[in-house]
Design a protein around this ligand. Structure first.
Ligand SMILES: *Cc1c(COP(=O)(O)O)cnc(C)c1O
Length: 400
C-alpha cells in the first residue's frame, strides 16, 4: 500500500543532512544551511518527475487542496463539484474556503461520472475536482473538456495516486493543477505533507505566497522581515525533514508501484474464480499505481457472501458502503451540518439561513456500484505465503 513499508537507510541519510546543518526551516539561514535546501529540491524533483513546470510543497493533502482552491480564486458564493466517493478532506477543503461542495455520481472507474458532472454544473460552479481514488485514473481528459466548454478550471485530487499516469502522462497534470498527499498511509509518505503541481507560473506564485503568509519572496535587503505582500496568506510550510524524506521516497516511487502491480496481477487472476465477477474499469492499466484491487460482485447479497468467506480466512475486503470516511451517504456530519462554529457556518450563512441541505439519497447509481464492490488493499511487500492464503480464500469465495 505504501511508502511506510520501504522507509529505510535512504530516508535516514537524507534526514541526517538536515540534522547536520541544524536548519529545519525551508527559507533563510543562508550561512548555516551550507547549501542544503531539501524542500526546494523536493519540489524541483517532484515537478520534474511529473513532467510539469512547478511544484509547491505544503503541510498536507488537505492544505494542498485549500491552497489550490484559494489560488484559483474560489470562495464564498461559489460551488465546487467533486465526487461522492472520496476522502472527507476533499469537501472539507471546499467548505473551508467558503465554497459549497456539490457531489456527482461515480461510474465503473469508481471516479467522477462525466455525464453526471454535466448535469451538476450551474452558473455558480467555479471548479471541478475529480479524485483519482484507490490509485487509479478518473476520466480526467473528458472532465477537462467539459470544464473548458464552461470555462471552469479542473483541480485533480491526486492524493491517492502519486505516480499514476494515462498513456505516460502523469495524473495531476491534466487540470489547471493537481494536489498530492504524503500522509502516513499514502503511496509515498513524508509522515505528513502535501504537494500542488501546475504548469501555470502565476498560479504557482499565488500558491507559494499564500502558503507562506503572503511573503512575496522577492530578494530584499531587509531579509524576510522586509518582504512585501499582495494579499493575505496563511502558514502551510513544509519542514526540511519532511522534504528530506520526500526526496528519498520519490526515488522509490516507481519501484514501489512495480512491486504492487506484480502482487495485484497475482490476486487478480485468483479473483477470476468468482462467478460473474467484473473488475473496476482502468483507463490505462500500465498507469495504474496498483495500490488497490477493486472488483464488482453480482449484487449486494453476493458481495456479502463473498466477503464473509474472505473474512473467515483472515482476508476480508473493504466494502465502502460500510466505510464512514469515503462515501457520501455515510458522512452524517456533512448531511446534518455539524460544525463547531456557534453560528452554524459553513452550513448556515450570515443571514442565519441554511445554505445547503444534503439529501443522502441523491447518488443512486453510486450506491448501486458501491454496495457490490469489494476492494483489496495491495502492499509493496506481500510474502508468497500471504499471497497464497489470499488466492486460496478467493478461490473458495468462488463457491459461495
Ligand atoms: C489523504 C487524502 C487527502 C488528504 O490528505 P492529508 O495529507 O491526509 O491531509 C485528500 N484527498 C484524498 C482523496 C485523500 O485520500
Amino acid at each position: 500500500m505504501a511508502g511506510f513499508e520501504v522507509f529505510g537507510d535512504e530516508e535516514k541519510k537524507e534526514i541526517q543532512d538536515v540534522l547536520d546543518s541544524g536548519v529545519l526551516f525551508r527559507y533563510e539561514f543562508i550561512e548555516q544551511r551550507k547549501g542544503v535546501f531539501k524542500v526546494r529540491e523536493f519540489e524541483e524533483q517532484f515537478a520534474r518527475y511529473c513532467g510539469t513546470g512547478y511544484a509547491q510543497a505544503v503541510t498536507s493533502g488537505t492544505s494542498a487542496l485549500k491552497a489550490a482552491l484559494t489560488a484559483l480564486g474560489i470562495g464564498s458564493g461559489d460551488e465546487v463539484i467533486t465526487q461522492g466517493f472520496t476522502f472527507v478532506a476533499t469537501w472539507e477543503a471546499i467548505l473551508e474556503v467558503g465554497a459549497l461542495p456539490v457531489f456527482t455520481e461515480i461510474d465503473a472507474t469508481l471516479n467522477m461520472d462525466p455525464a453526471d458532472l454535466k448535469k451538476k454544473i450551474t452558473s455558480k460552479t467555479r471548479c471541478i475536482i475529480p479524485v483519482h481514488m484507490l490509485g487509479a485514473q478518473a476520466r480526467v481528459k473528458e472532465i477537462v473538456e467539459i470544464g473548458k466548454i464552461h470555462g471552469i478550471p479542473v483541480l485533480e485530487d491526486t492524493a491517492q495516486a502519486a505516480g499514476g499516469r494515462i498513456d505516460g502522462r502523469h495524473l495531476g497534470t491534466f487540470g489547471q493543477c493537481g494536489t498530492f498527499s504524503f500522509d502516513a498511509v499514502k503511496t509515498m509518505t513524508t509522515g505528513e505533507g502535501g504537494m500542488i503541481i501546475t504548469g501555470d507560473e502565476s498560479l504557482w506564485r499565488a500558491m507559494s505566497e499564500y502558503h507562506d503568509h503572503g511573503h512575496d519572496h522577492v530578494v530584499n535587503p531587509g531579509g524576510r522581515g522586509g518582504e512585501g505582500r499582495k494579499f493575505i496568506g496563511s502558514n502551510y510550510r513544509m519542514m526540511e525533514i519532511q522534504g528530506a524524506i520526500g526526496l528519498a521516497q520519490l526515488r522509490k516511487l516507481d519501484s514501489m508501484i512495480m512491486a504492487m502491480q506484480k502482487n495485484k496481477a497475482i490476486l487478480k487472476e485468483a479473483v477470476l474464480s468468482i462467478p460473474g465477477v467484473e473488475f473496476r474499469q482502468l483507463l490505462d492499466e500500465k498507469g495504474d499505481t496498483a495500490t488497490h484491487l477493486a472488483f464488482f460482485m453480482q449484487d449486494a447479497e453476493h458481495c456479502r457472501r463473498v466477503n464473509d468467506e474472505l473474512r473467515s480466512h483472515g482476508c476480508g475486503a473493504v466494502n465502502f458502503s460500510e466505510n464512514t470516511w469515503h462515501y457520501y451517504p455515510r458522512w452524517e456530519h456533512l448531511l446534518e451540518g455539524r460544525t463547531l462554529a456557534s453560528s452554524g457556518w459553513p452550513f448556515v450563512g450570515i443571514d442565519g439561513k441554511r445554505r445547503v441541505v444534503y439529501d443522502p439519497r441523491i447518488l443512486p447509481s453510486s450506491a448501486g456500484i458501491i454496495e457490490r464492490t469489494l476492494v483489496l488493499p495491495i502492499s509493496v511487500k506481500m510474502p508468497e505465503e500471504r499471497l497464497a492464503i489470499m488466492c486460496d480464500a478467493l478461490k473458495r469465495a468462488g463457491n459461495v
